[in-house]
Design a protein around this ligand. Structure first.
Ligand SMILES: NC(=O)c1ccc[n+]([C@@H]2O[C@H](COP(=O)([O-])OP(=O)(O)OC[C@H]3O[C@@H](n4cnc5c(N)ncnc54)[C@H](OP(=O)(O)O)[C@@H]3O)[C@@H](O)[C@H]2O)c1
Length: 271
């Protein structure tokens, strides 16, 4: 019996790399996204691309009807679709932050809600693509970090709720990964014109430099694949170069030391 996995945000980046890896590994893969950019690559790997927007429940219900008709089961959902937003908090407006939460938080919740009846029946898995920013918040990422912190808290509670049903919930926490994420994010970025102008410009340049140093998306895809087959997967899976070290530093160092080191690394002005 072929196991069935549904991946949101499968048209490029981490979602596409995961879809291709899992399809080649024998999974029946269904990939959701708004655009058709990844359709050819998905089909070539043997995956089924479906059009759906995670902020539009009706479009996702249609996708679930297709899965039920074609496969009659679901063994895993990978809530991966996500967006970024950069800018110091005062430079961002509420509409931008709400739009980000619609995708990164409410989109993840809505997709998982639709998948859960089938996952409880199959004793399947929920894999949520969070971020190292779900546990470490850097300046100019307040909105993005808030969205990922929200998802981390939700997933931790959900893991307890689903344990009696033998449905593990796993958070994948990538660090910088070489995808179009940074280019897509740039569309909403506020560089800042007022009090935060020079700080924002410097932070943005640092983040752009970091984006080219990220790991290949297949590194994250491998962590996702392991989370699907590990007999006892952990709640959190930090992934990518330096991610574990950053999280360890945040956990072990006294706050003032950590804050001072971050300020030095980011060359933030002294208060
Ligand atoms: N890249 C990184 O450095 C990094 C680091 C940590 C965590 N992450 C997380 O990893 C996940 C994937 O990011 P990525 O780097 O692969 O980004 P990406 O290359 O920009 O891909 C994002 C994917 O999400 C889809 N998407 C966006 N909004 C959607 C919506 N409303 N409905 C359905 N699909 C939607 C996009 O497809 P369409 O535009 O075709 O809909 C695309 O397939 C995100 O949750 C991100 O926060 C990324």
């Amino acid at each position: 019996m072929q196991r069935v996995v549904l991946i949101s945000g499968a048209s490029r980046g981490i979602g596409l790399a995961s879809a291709v890896r899992l399809a080649r590994g024998g999974w029946a893969v269904v990939g959701l996204s708004r655009s058709t950019d990844g359709d050819a690559a998905l089909r070539e790997a043997g995956a089924l691309p479906l059009s759906a927007d995670v902020t539009d429940v009706t479009s996702m219900q249609r996708a679930f009807q297709t899965i039920a008709a074609q496969h009659g089961r679901l063994d895993a959902v990978i809530a991966n679709a996500g967006a970024g937003l950069v800018g110091c908090f005062e430079d961002l407006d509420d509409a931008q932050i709400r739009a980000l939460f619609e995708v990164n938080v409410f989109g993840v919740l809505a997709l998982t809600r639709l998948a859960l009846p089938a996952l409880r029946a199959s004793q399947g898995r929920v894999v949520v693509i969070s971020s190292v920013a779900g546990r470490l918040a850097a300046p100019s990422s307040s909105a993005y970090a808030a969205s990922k912190f929200a998802v981390e808290g939700w997933a931790e509670a959900l893991r307890h709720e689903l344990a009696p049903f033998r449905v593990p919930v796993v958070l994948i926490e990538p660090g910088a990964t070489r995808t179009d994420f940074f280019r897509a994010r740039a569309r909403g970025t506020r560089v800042g014109t007022g009090a935060y102008a020079s700080l924002s410009a410097r932070l943005l340049a640092l983040q752009d430099a970091q984006s080219t140093k990220g790991v290949d998306p297949d590194v994250v895809a491998r962590s996702i694949e392991r989370a699907l087959v590990d007999p006892a997967p952990p709640l959190r899976v930090p992934t990518g170069a330096g991610t574990r070290a950053q999280l360890l530093a945040r956990r072990l160092l006294p706050w003032r030391v950590y804050e001072g080191l971050l300020r030095l690394a980011l060359r933030l002005p002294e208060p």
